[in-house]
Design a binder for this molecule. Structure first.
Ligand SMILES: Nc1ncnc2c1ncn2[C@@H]1O[C@H](COP(=O)(O)OP(=O)(O)OP(=O)(O)O)[C@@H](O)[C@H]1O
Length: 260
């Protein structure tokens, strides 16, 4: 049985600067198994930069990112050398991009896209890889008959679901999502949100979701972190932050959405 209180991610004093500009600074939070943290804020507030620092894509200038590694002691992502980080990343975390095409291999079949991360991890048995791919197609509600089709032949919503299957097939403990429903039709968004909610619960995932959509944030997140000008200005339970925002900026953010 998994321990729901297990800390999966701890961020302390994180900062990233581009010249004189702080894209994010003094960011600290922790995340436990089964918990979903939504990060909201206007464009340019530092959400994507923070996510990239957590995903091993952008080296922060300050602070630490400590992640649980299966079967090992917790590790600071940025203290590892690059080769070790590359090797351990798939078992530690998965990044779901806003644009599914950034997270898929377009020249590889749907089944190949799902099984590739397992092959990178050393699995070679064709029959079992195909079985896992079929299972994951079902998990993300894609017709199993499409297993040999290329992602280009899929709709935007299907491509996003395929990216999610590829991201979760290695059972990472931490999932990072960058505007996972952005750019999709409203009805497709709703279906995808339902799917994400189900998968987060089913696999007891720790997840960080960056979104500018407070509706998405409310539906998926347990806790919310509001960013402005690179800093965290408010954090708390999602319902509390949205129903009783304490900072003027959060009040503005919430009221501007309600007016739409
Ligand atoms: N590679 C870069 N070079 C220079 N400045 C950058 C770079 N990446 C981000 N920034 C700056 O850092 C700040 C935060 O940007 P970031 O993309 O993290 O914000 P965001 O909240 O994700 O915005 P959006 O919602 O529009 O994606 C901005 O002022 C941006 O111009």
């Amino acid at each position: 049985m998994t321990d729901k209180t297990e800390e999966i991610l701890k961020v302390e004093g994180l900062g990233k600067f581009f010249g004189d500009r702080a894209a994010c600074r003094d960011v600290s939070f922790s995340l436990h198994r089964g918990e979903v943290l939504g990060i909201v804020g206007e464009s340019g507030s530092g959400k994507s930069t923070l996510l990239k620092c957590l995903a091993g894509m952008t080296r922060p200038d300050q602070g630490t990112v400590t992640i649980a590694v299966p079967g090992q002691a917790d590790r600071d992502l940025w203290e590892m050398d690059e080769a070790e980080r590359e090797q351990l990343l798939p078992s530690m975390l998965s990044l779901i991009h806003q644009n599914a095409r950034d997270g898929l291999r377009l020249g590889v079949s749907a089944g190949g896209n799902i099984s590739e991360p397992l092959m990178t991890g050393g699995q070679r048995h064709y029959g079992s890889l195909r079985d896992v791919a079929l299972k994951w197609l079902r998990n993300v509600e894609i017709d199993q008959a499409r297993i040999d089709d290329l992602p280009q032949t899929f709709s935007g919503g299907m491509q996003q679901r395929l990216q999610i299957a590829r991201g979760l097939v290695t059972h990472p403990q931490l999932v990072l999502m960058d505007e996972p429903t952005g750019g999709l039709d409203v009805s497709v968004q709703a279906k995808l949100l339902d799917l994400l909610r189900r998968l987060v619960r089913e696999f007891n995932l720790a997840a960080v979701i960056v979104t500018h959509d407070l509706g998405v944030a409310r539906l998926l997140s347990d806790r919310l972190m509001v960013m402005q000008g690179g800093r965290v200005i408010e954090t708390g339970l999602a319902d509390r932050v949205l129903e009783d925002p304490r900072q003027a900026y959060t009040q503005l953010l919430v009221s501007s959405v309600l007016q739409v």
